[in-house]
Design a protein around this ligand. Structure first.
Ligand code: DHE
Length: 498
């Protein structure tokens, strides 16, 4: 039986826009079943290997998919198929994997429970750090290039441990309130619990097929996971990642929604849930004996990207389709004001600090080369700082004079701007490794040093003195992406992300 996505007239063409023969996708499906299914699962939902669904592959270029099938993936179980399949068969697989499967993938509570693995008996492990480093000055570093995670001593800048993560860890790992445990979410739905005292993986569960991120409750008892596929929330017991319940994310009008992101709001003792396809924001109280029934707050638009005021009373949100953002009062659920913001502000990476007695929030922009600075008392944009190109991340520390931001996109992606937090001008532009993307910094707990990524397969973590701006050390790493300081994260320190 022919399916709609196999019709040749729907196939647009191959590289360089050339008119090409449509690949035989029925043959590609048979090749998938013969060569790929054993690891990547029936219906492509993943198994020992990651899910191969359009949602999970959307961020990977077709050329890379072709290369991985042909040459395999180093330091993984992915074998090379260049000697098994010919070029047309590989092209067929590349096209097939980017199309939705014929049967809508499902992942229900039974699937989640069946995926749950407890790897260590926590009760038998020591409760004090089994290493010499300061447990509150450790860094957790994600190496996106080969899907590994490093634990780095934040005083000696040495790697204490390195372990394999699931496919594409995304969003900031989150910590238990005492900093002993770290929770990681991968884009293909796996959640991992790692013990930083014993440097051991404790438990894993697959909470969805395509996951956005996770949050840990203020009391450290619950982990909330937000999913695109299926559109749902999963509440996990933070002690071992066992499933407590799932919540289908359906709006008041019955419309099912993907989850944009989940956050913990410590002063409110709640989780905040941003929904992508309905005009609602949810709050889930996490106090004693929570029932996880959402309080629905109506928004005036579909919201994509979020930040909070320092006291978590207001939510600042943008819609990628509209110009600008809106401020929502989380107590009364009302929209306080709209803020005109050009381009695509990346509020999720917004950072705030005190300037002349006022809180200001600065946000990078994914589509325009500028940083917008907003006064959090008046909600007015007080400065647009032009940069060398659109950027992703912004970070600072209470003891740092500068906020550090990248130029992630375009020819100047090797540049890092240091913005003076008082004058709101670019004070320095560094090019740590000319020609290689430099991005995402995190400070040590005392703010004296910071770690910066050279975002390349032959990349590195560079340690800078945050005052003298001198390079202190360089640790080679494979596409290090985010890095997170335990102390800064558990204290929700000024200058770090939510
Ligand atoms: Fe992220 C955090 C959304 C693309 C790396 N990213 C976040 C968060 C959200 C988000 C909502 C905050 C969650 C949290 O920390 O718990 N990211 C999005 C997108 O919507 C977007 C634009 C498209 C997408 O497909 O998801 C996107 N993000 C990317 C990337 O392309 C990056 C650069 C590489 C990657 O790993 O996918 C990327 N995002 C990150 C990182 C963080 C992050 C490293 C954590 C930042 C921090 O310092 O806390």
């Amino acid at each position: 039986m022919k399916r709609w996505w196999w019709l040749p007239w729907l196939w647009i063409g191959a590289a360089q826009g050339a008119v090409a023969t449509a690949p035989d996708l029925e043959q590609a499906e048979r090749n998938y079943q013969q060569h790929c299914q054993q690891c990547h699962g029936v219906n492509r939902i993943g198994g020992a290997g990651p899910a191969l669904l359009p949602q999970s592959l959307s961020r990977i270029k077709p050329d890379e998919i072709r290369e991985v099938i042909t040459q395999g993936r180093p330091a993984s179980q992915m074998a090379a198929f260049g000697g098994v399949l010919d070029a047309a068969q590989i092209e067929g697989l590349v096209q097939y994997l980017q199309r939705p499967p014929a049967v809508e993938p499902r992942w229900d509570e039974d699937d989640i429970r069946r995926s749950h693995r407890v790897l260590e008996d926590l009760a038998s492990l020591p409760t004090t750090p089994q290493h010499k480093a300061d447990p509150l000055n450790l860094f957790v570093v994600v190496e996106a290039g080969d899907h590994h995670v490093d634990v780095v001593d934040g005083d000696r800048f040495e790697v204490l441990a390195r372990f394999a993560s699931h496919f594409a860890v995304h969003g900031g790992p989150k910590f238990s309130p005492d900093g002993r445990f770290v929770y990681l979410a991968s884009r293909d739905g796996w959640i991992s619990l790692y013990d930083l005292h014993n440097l051991k993986l404790i438990a894993e569960v697959r909470a969805g097929l395509n996951t956005r991120n996770l949050a840990v409750s203020k009391d450290g008892r619950w982990v909330l996971v937000g999913n695109y596929l299926p559109g749902s929330l999963a509440v996990l017991d933070a002690r071992d990642l066992s499933l407590v319940k799932t919540i289908a994310t359906v709006g008041r009008d019955g419309q099912a929604s993907r989850v944009s992101a989940v956050y913990t709001a410590p002063p409110r003792n709640s989780f905040i849930v941003a929904l992508k396809d309905v005009k609602e924001v949810w709050e889930l109280p996490t106090g004693p004996n929570p029932d996880f029934v959402p309080r629905r707050i109506d928004a005036e638009d579909y919201l994509d990207d979020f930040s909070f005021s320092p006291d978590y009373r207001q939510l600042l949100a943008t819609s990628r389709k509209a110009q600008g953002g809106q401020v929502i009062d989380l107590d009364n659920g009302r929209v306080v004001t709209d803020i005109a913001l050009p381009g695509m502000p990346h509020l999720g990476s917004g950072t705030y600090w005190r300037r002349d007695g006022h809180w200001v929030l600065a946000t990078p922009n994914i589509s325009k080369g500028l940083i917008s600075v907003i006064d959090l008392d008046t909600w007015k944009v007080i400065k647009q700082i032009p940069t060398l190109g659109p950027g992703f991340f912004l970070r600072s520390h209470a003891n740092s004079r500068y906020a550090w931001t990248d130029v992630f996109f375009g020819p100047d992606n090797d540049a890092i701007h240091l913005i003076d937090k008082q004058t709101l001008e670019i004070a320095h532009t560094l090019r740590p490794v000319p020609g290689k993307t430099a991005a995402h910094v995190e400070f040590t707990r005392d703010g004296r040093y910071l770690l910066l990524s050279i975002w390349a397969t032959d990349g590195a973590l560079i340690v800078y003195d945050s005052n003298t701006l001198q390079e202190i050390k360089r640790l080679p790493m494979n596409k290090p992406s985010g890095k997170y300081n335990v102390g800064n994260k558990i204290e929700f320190a000024e200058g770090t992300s939510h």
